[in-house]
Design a protein around this ligand. Structure first.
Ligand code: FAD
Length: 369
């Protein structure tokens, strides 16, 4: 979110854009730890509309920013093991089709033909969209960072925002570990830490960090190059090809919120047991790597993209709840529009306003993995 916003602001001629990253490297937190998935298959119109604008920006990324991002249209295959989920996905697919996304419901046999290595005995149907896929998060971060610098933005790593000074109801400065920066605009793009950064400005932003884990196997030569992104929806379990092995993740439903990013080995065992039940070939692979990262979760699993009036000049682009990598491109553009034009105009994002929490006007995204 940060590098995309910095790029879109600077490329539109905004001067004195400064990005602060507390880590030693850009993109080493949620973005660098994510699975790289990008999809149109969401349950709410606003998320589908974000994808309709953001995924074509990823399509054009390499040509426009001269940075390879290893984009692969593998398709996303949601496997459904009960009629309730199937009915929900049927409604979602109808909504996606109405918005121009050619997703469809598949029979078990059709799903098995797309992912022949997957155990399908308990599956009652599937949702599929061949335009969904994968891209390299690090490539996207580096592409935006380089282009933002070329356009005049200054990006600092190893610098932490420690305080936000508010004067007369408006942001006036950011106190950092390296000194104070006077500014009339601050963008909170702190991902899982966005709630902490908002608190610096006196804003109570309901975004909590929740640990999520990923494991990557050693090579499995039987997995075809066109193996799709497969999601066992009721188990929050997913697989895609990573190099010549398989990347798999599973969300622990009992994980409580917190900033702990150590690997929970007890969960790894349960995850890999479930993974081998669904994808028996994994029993023949070794574990190459595993890591944990943080989702940035809001009460309705939608982000906040909004500029506040209290304090004025404070913009939030955070809370993507585990599917924000794919929406980074359009979100940075929307931030630039809010700051430079007074409001976002590429998309109506009123549903993503900060005040919805106080108003109780929440519509939950169902397709959270
Ligand atoms: C395991 C896992 C799998 C995922 N899979 C997918 C997927 O397949 N597809 C998808 O679209 N999304 C996925 N996501 C979600 C996605 O990673 C996030 O939604 C997205 O990366 C959020 O980007 P961000 O820029 O908001 O946060 P981040 O990438 O975390 O960036 C925020 C940055 O702010 C910095 N920061 C925080 N506080 C301060 C401070 N006070 N001063 C200075 N810097 C600060 C942090 O160091 C961090 O680098 C996944 C996430 C995880 C953890």
């Amino acid at each position: 979110m940060g590098v995309s916003a910095a790029y879109h602001l600077a490329s539109r001629g905004c001067r004195d854009v400064v990005l602060l990253e507390k880590a030693q490297f850009l993109g080493s937190e949620a973005t660098g730890k994510c699975a790289g998935g990008m999809r149109y298959q969401f349950s709410t119109e606003i998320n589908v509309r974000l994808s309709l604008l953001s995924l074509p920006m990823l399509d054009r990324f390499e040509a426009e920013l001269e940075q390879p991002i290893d984009l692969r249209r593998t398709g996303y295959l949601f496997l459904l093991d009960n009629r309730v989920d199937l009915a929900i996905f049927e409604r979602n697919v109808a909504m996606q089709n109405r918005l121009g996304v050619s997703s469809r419901i598949l029979s078990c046999n059709e799903a098995a033909a797309l992912a022949p290595l997957i155990q399908m005995d308990d599956i009652v149907g599937a949702a599929w969209h061949e335009g969904d896929g994968l891209a390299d998060p690090n490539g996207v971060v580096q592409g935006y960072a380089a282009a933002a610098r070329c356009a005049g933005a200054q990006l600092f790593t190893g610098v932490t925002a420690l305080g936000i000074r508010v004067e007369g109801g408006r942001v006036a400065a950011v106190e950092t570990s390296d000194g104070t920066i006077a500014t009339r605009h601050v963008v909170d793009a702190a991902g899982p830490w966005a709630g902490q950064v908002a608190a610096l400005a006196g804003v109570d932003l309901p975004i909590v960090p929740v640990r999520r884990q990923i494991a990557v196997t050693t090579p499995l030569l039987q997995v075809p190059p066109d193996f799709p992104f497969v999601i066992d929806f009721s188990r929050s379990l997913y697989f895609h090809r990573e190099g010549r092995g398989i990347l798999t993740g599973q969300s622990n439903p009992d994980e409580t919120s917190g900033f702990d990013q150590s690997v929970d080995h007890a969960w790894t065992e349960r995850h890999l047991d479930a993974a081998m039940m669904r994808f028996p070939l994994l029993a023949r692979a070794g574990l190459l790597r595993e890591w944990a990262g943080l989702y940035e979760v809001t009460p309705d699993a939608h982000p906040v993209i909004d500029t506040l009036t209290d304090p004025a000049g404070f913009t939030i682009v955070a809370g993507f709840s585990g599917h924000g990598f794919m929406h980074g491109p359009i979100s940075g553009l929307l931030v630039a529009e809010m700051i430079l034009d007074g409001q976002a105009h590429s998309l109506d994002i009123r549903q993503l306003r900060f005040s919805r929490f106080a108003e109780g006007d929440l519509v939950r995204e169902h397709n959270v993995v």
